[in-house]
Structure formats: structure tokens, C-alpha cells
Design a protein around this ligand. Structure first.
Ligand code: ARG
Length: 506
């Protein structure tokens, strides 16, 4: 299940402090906690040596007990401080028109394959502070805090915060971001996402701080709220909901679904697929797990949301109808198009990526922008292994499909895409076309350059899936070096989103 791949990661290369061995720190940990308990914060000396003998064993046992008690107290304290949902707007520009779209690419919708693993992200049943690569977490935290401070000078001096975070990491293997750090980290994760063409408005991402939420039912409920809030009556808001982080003492919840809204795929007796063929295996697996499809299955049946926790295993939640906004497709000139009965959901909320900020992993952090038309028209409806509408539409258009050189595919594809853009607009739901979005992306590049930052971009994802050379993003090269914070698609999460298992915790 685990990927051992480790690629270059800027945060891993910045040592946070003079080298100290992990073991020394970890051995000293329980004693340090005793020291902390006795002398109060600030008195921790991580250099204590560990004596042997019976008294020591007793002391060690006591220390461990105090340590775990401390962790629990800290967790409860966090609940008190961070309870409830907060919509973070810290340091934000006032809300205004924003755009975010992602590029549907070959491996799947909006998918970014994981290129790195994060030390605290491994779902290890025997998880404990001793299994965490403390040095790596410290280094990533230090690099992130430096970035935060560099871009938020109003936040003041970095010293005390870094010291506090380092102490927290040494004691618990992780740390708790301030709401400001969380919001900044999530926005920068978007800014760093090399496959997204819609990054111009990265600052406008609305961050819902749900880090105290880890129970499956509550996660699902907040996901439905996310859908409602992000839809916003059609004026889509880019938004992220950040649920409980992965910690050495508690595994974070996992959302199996690739997106909050996805359509079922059913194999028909004639071997063809009704619905979205991408989710054929997934749908079959969920049915085995007890999901009941509608009595008369259709091509756009919304799949249940699957949330897995250590305590409850995978649980399925039917989406409330009013939370799922859809747009029925019609064509501005071709009346028969509406009769095809095609529709698509309004908000693309990717829900199985792991958000990584400064050494902390948030495996459940669903986020959305709004659609760029080609994601639906060219890929979801156009791809041969998705809804594969092109031949049918070409037929209806009366095109000569006997010869590829008539470019019937291209012509039909254009009409499908016109229908998507037209219908979203007619229904008052935010969407953008690939020409507009390409221009915006170049503006983003310019701004990033002016800010003295490099902007990683993956040409093969940035260039739209139709009429590429008609867009300016086609005609240039990009920086490709990956950066953190970022969003990662872990292999096992990808598998769960397509195959419906195996569970993360067993
Ligand atoms: N391409 C994906 C889909 O069609 C959505 C990926 C995210 N897209 C976005 N515009 N934020 O369902």
C-alpha cells in the first residue's frame, strides 16, 4: 500500500536547527515531559541522559503515562480553542469575483499523482511518536513558518513561534497550525499546484477550519455544507474544508470518493455501461457494501459519500438532494440536444487528495474551484472511456463519420462544449471557457514573477484538452520544480476512489 518514492522536496532540504539525533530526542521525550510537568513550560532539556535501573523503569512508565495524558489534555484543549467551524478570511482580500479551475488530465479528473510521501502521512497501525521522522517534520515546519513570515510580515517575528512549534513537535511528533497558518498554507498549496490553470485567484480560497472534526457522520455533514456554501446560489466560491490532521496519536479520517459528487456506472446486460464508466468498479463495490442504487438506475445517479475512520471503518452517506446542484445541458441552437438528457453537477469538489502544510498532513481536505467548460465537455462527456458522447452527437449533427478527415469528432466536440458553457451560463452557474482561463493563467505567471516567486506548471495539464494551440498557454515552457505546501494524490487513496477499497485501516 505504501509508496516508497521520495522525490526532491524543497522543505526537506532546509535543516531547522543543528543536527541532533532522532533517538536522543525520543529517548529523552518521556523524561522531558516529566521535567515539563515538574518545572513548567520552558524547562525542557532534551539533552538528558537516560539512566538505568529499577527506579528508572518506574520513572519511565510514569513519564509515558504523563505523556499520553498530556496528549489527551492537549487534544481536549484544542477542541475548546478550535471548536466549531470557522470560515477564515485572515489577511484576505475582500470577497470578489474569483476563478479557479483545474485541468482534467489523462490519469483522471483533476488528478495529481503523488510524487512524494510525507513522513507523518503513512497510515501505520502501530503509529506512535517514535515512528515519526521528527527531523523531517521539524525541517518542513521551519521552512513553512519562514515562508509564512516572509509573506505575512505583519505577523511579526518568527523566533518565538518556531521555538514553540519545535517544542510541540518534539513532544508530540506534530503541531497545530494557527488558523492564519492553515489558511495561508491551503492557499499556497493551491498556488503551488502545477496542474491547475486557474491559480490567478489563489488568495481568494475560502478556508473552513474543521480540524476538530474527525467523526465520519460529522465529516459527511460538513461536506454537504461545503457543497451548499461553495455553490452559493450559482456564484461558485473556491473553498476548502480542512478536517482533522494525521497525527502520531490519531489517524485522520479518509474520504474515499474522488469528488463529493460523482455519478454511478452500471454494467448493462449488453456489456455497455449506464452512467459514468470511470466508476463502474467503484459502484459495484459500494453495492456489495450495501449501497442501494435507485430502483430505476440512470446515467446520473449520485454515488454516496464514503468516509472511513479508524473507529468505524468505511461508512456511506447518501447526499441530500438539495446539496447537489446540477445543470441540465441544452444547446444554444440545437433543440434536440436537450433530449439527450445530459446533465452535470455544478461544483467539482476534489475530496481524496492530501493537503500537506509544513510537515502536517490533512488527508481529508476537500476543495473546489469552478469548472472550466472543457473539463466537462471535452473530457467527462467526450472521452471514449467516460460518457463518450461524440459519435452520438456527430450522428445527430448529420456529419460524415465514415472518414476521420471530415473532422467530425472535432466538430461534434465543439458543439458539446458550447452546450456546456451555454447551459451553465443560462442556469446562473459560474463556469469559464478555456481561452479566458488561459489568458488569466498568463497574468498569474506574470504576477508570481513580479513577486519574485517561481510558478511550477505542468504543460501537459495546463494546455486545455481542445484547441490547445489557440490558447497562449500552449506556446511556452514552464518551471516544473515541485513545491510545498501542495495537494497530493496518494496511490492508496486513488485506488480507493476508483475501486472502493481496500480500506485504509484494517
Ligand atoms: N476535472 C474534474 C472533473 O471534471 C474536476 C477537477 C477540478 N476542477 C476544477 N475546475 N477545480 O470533474
Amino acid at each position: 500500500m505504501k509508496t516508497q518514492r521520495q522525490e526532491f522536496c524543497p522543505a526537506h532540504t532546509t535543516p531547522a536547527d543543528p543536527p541532533a539525533t532522532k533517538n536522543r530526542r525520543l529517548l529523552a521525550l518521556p523524561l522531558a515531559v516529566v521535567g515539563l510537568a515538574v518545572a513548567g513550560p520552558g524547562a525542557v532539556d532534551l539533552g538528558w541522559y537516560v539512566p538505568t535501573g529499577r527506579a528508572t523503569v518506574v520513572l519511565l512508565g510514569l513519564s509515558l503515562a504523563i505523556f499520553f495524558l498530556g496528549v489527551r489534555i492537549r487534544a481536549r484543549h484544542s477542541v475548546a480553542v478550535h471548536a466549531g467551524e470557522q470560515l477564515l478570511q485572515i489577511g484576505d482580500r475582500p470577497w470578489r469575483k474569483t476563478r479557479q479551475v483545474g485541468r482534467p488530465g489523462s490519469p483522471g479528473p483533476g488528478r495529481i499523482r503523488a510524487t512524494r510521501r510525507h513522513p507523518v502521512s503513512q497510515p501505520a497501525p502501530e503509529r506512535s511518536p517514535a515512528n515519526v521522522d521528527i527531523e523531517a517534520v521539524r525541517a518542513e515546519a521551519a521552512a513553512f513558518l519562514e515562508l509564512f513570515r516572509a509573506e505575512n510580515p505583519q505577523a511579526g517575528s518568527i523566533g518565538p513561534r518556531v521555538a514553540a512549534v519545535m517544542r510541540e513537535i518534539d513532544l508530540t511528533g506534530t503541531y497545530w497550525h494557527t488558523p492564519e497558518e492553515l489558511a495561508f498554507g491551503a492557499r499556497v498549496a493551491w498556488r503551488n499546484n502545477s496542474r491547475c490553470i486557474g491559480r490567478l485567484y489563489w488568495r481568494s480560497l475560502q478556508v473552513r477550519d474543521l480540524r476538530t472534526v474527525s467523526n465520519a457522520g460529522e465529516v459527511a455533514g460538513h461536506c454537504f455544507d461545503h457543497l451548499r456554501a461553495a455553490h452559493n446560489g450559482g456564484k461558485i466560491r473556491p473553498m476548502i474544508s480542512v478536517f482533522a490532521p494525521e497525527t502520531p496519536y490519531r489517524s485522520a479520517p479518509r474520504i474515499w470518493s474522488e469528488q463529493l459528487v460523482r455519478y454511478a456506472g452500471y454494467e448493462q446486460p449488453d456489456g455497455r455501461v449506464l452512467g459514468d464508466p470511470r466508476y463502474l468498479t467503484y459502484t459495484t463495490e459500494l453495492i456489495k457494501r450495501g449501497w442501494q442504487p435507485p430502483e430505476r438506475p440512470g446515467a446520473f445517479d449520485v454515488l454516496p459519500l464514503v468516509v472511513e475512520t479508524v473507529e468505524d471503518g468505511p461508512r456511506m452517506f447518501q447526499l441530500p438532494e438539495e446539496a447537489v446542484h446540477e445543470v441540465p445541458l441544452e444547446h444554444p441552437e440545437l433543440p434536440w440536444f436537450a433530449d439527450l438528457g445530459i446533465r452535470w453537477h455544478a461544483v467539482p469538489v476534489i475530496s481524496n487528495f492530501r493537503l500537506v502544510i509544513g510537515g502536517v498532513s490533512y488527508p481529508a481536505a476537500p476543495f473546489n474551484g469552478w469548472y472550466m467548460g472543457t473539463e466537462i465537455g471535452a473530457r467527462n462527456l467526450g472521452d471514449g472511456d467516460r460518457y463518450a458522447l461524440v459519435p452520438e452527437v456527430a450522428e445527430q449533427l448529420g456529419l460524415d463519420t465514415s472518414d476521420e478527415a471530415t473532422l467530425w469528432r472535432d466538430r461534434a466536440l465543439v458543439e458539446i462544449n458550447r452546450a456546456v458553457l451555454h447551459s451553465f451560463k443560462a442556469n446562473g452557474v459560474t463556469i469559464s471557457d478555456h481561452h479566458t482561463e488561459s489568458h488569466r493563467f498568463l497574468i498569474h505567471l506574470e504576477r508570481e514573477e513580479r513577486a519574485g516567486r517561481r510558478c511550477p506548471a505542468d504543460w501537459s495539464w495546463i494546455v486545455p484538452p481542445m484547441s490547445g494551440s489557440q490558447t497562449p498557454v500552449f506556446h511556452r515552457y514552464y518551471d516544473t520544480e515541485d513545491r510545498v505546501p501542495n495537494f497530493f494524490a496518494d496511490d492508496d487513496a486513488v485506488r480507493r476512489g476508483l475501486q472502493g477499497g481496500p480500506p485504509a485501516f484494517r
